[in-house]
Design a protein around this ligand. Structure first.
Ligand SMILES: *[C@@H]1O[C@H](CO)[C@@H](O)[C@H](O)[C@H]1NC(C)=O
Ligand SMILES: *[C@@H]1O[C@H](CO)[C@@H](O)[C@H](O)[C@H]1NC(C)=O
Ligand SMILES: *[C@@H]1O[C@H](CO)[C@@H](O)[C@H](O)[C@H]1NC(C)=O
Length: 234
């Protein structure tokens, strides 16, 4: 992951940008074309198109690294009978949007952040399925450049949660409603993933507290931010 050493320059960049502003120097226009750091957010079920609950961590990241750009995954985030189709559409959107961005800005570092159903679609897109009825394939679906450029994948309240994975954070022991099999692993990305789930969560575990499910940004946002920084400066 030597690539991310260059991330140190982001900090330098932020400082330099502030100095340039102070000196009232205009930057060349093409400086703005690509960010050094870009975060994708995929929201939870039934929230309107936007960042949903991923906004908490995204705001923290932007505040920490000014100049970071954020992009919402555009997908239905539908529930009920539409859930499987929504996950399928979401996986396709993650694959498409990350590939488009990575092709346009091959030197930018990518961060992924999914919440609930939004975590499920990122999990499936990066680690593969099957996740019926949404996808059959076990292969990772994201582009080669995306695979190379993604530094961290933050999942909160992921219905695919299963106990025992190396990247699990939180005290959930029961799996979510779309739990991975016990034999699941995601070797290519496991050191870049951090997946938060606590036992009172009814969706990533078997609890009864929707508040726990909605509270991960507040509970673990700082922890996730520290993880992201640790993945950037290695
Ligand atoms: C999964 O595979 C079956 C059999 O090949 C096919 O009928 C079905 O459409 C596939 N489903 C998805 C979601 O890819
Ligand atoms: C798990 O963590 C949650 C959130 O911190 C807490 O409310 C709950 O009591 C914990 N449960 C167990 C079994 O430790
Ligand atoms: C949730 O799962 C845990 C671990 O498998 C189990 O000990 C507990 O009894 C389950 N709770 C409910 C309410 O099903």
């Amino acid at each position: 992951m030597n690539k991310f050493l260059s991330f140190l320059s982001i900090i330098t960049y932020a400082t330099a940008a502030a100095a340039a502003d102070a000196a009232c120097q205009a930057k060349p226009a093409d400086d703005d074309a690509c960010p050094q750091l870009h975060i994708f957010g995929a929201r939870e079920t039934t929230t309107p198109q936007g960042f949903g609950s991923t906004k908490t961590l995204i705001d923290m990241l932007i505040k920490t690294f000014p100049g970071t750009t954020a992009e919402e995954i555009v997908y239905p985030a539908a529930g009920g009978k539409e859930y499987g189709a929504s996950v399928g559409a979401g996986i396709a959107a993650v694959v498409r949007q990350t590939a488009t961005f990575a092709a346009r800005c091959p030197d930018a570092v990518i961060i992924m952040h999914g919440y609930s159903q939004g975590a499920q679609i990122m999990d499936d897109a990066f680690c593969g399925g099957p996740d019926m009825p949404s996808i059959n394939s076990t292969a990772s679906l994201v582009s080669e450049t995306t695979t190379k450029n993604v530094a961290a994948i933050i999942l909160m309240g992921n219905p695919r949660h299963v106990d025992g994975l190396p990247f699990n954070v939180g005290n959930a022991t029961a799996g979510g409603f779309a739990a991975r099999p016990k034999t699941f692993s995601c070797p290519e990305f496991e050191d870049r993933i951090q997946a938060y789930c606590d036992s009172p969560d009814p969706f990533c575990s078997n609890g009864t507290s929707p508040e726990t499910h909605q509270g991960y940004g507040k509970e673990y946002g700082k922890d996730a931010l520290v993880f992201i920084v640790s993945r950037l400066i290695v």
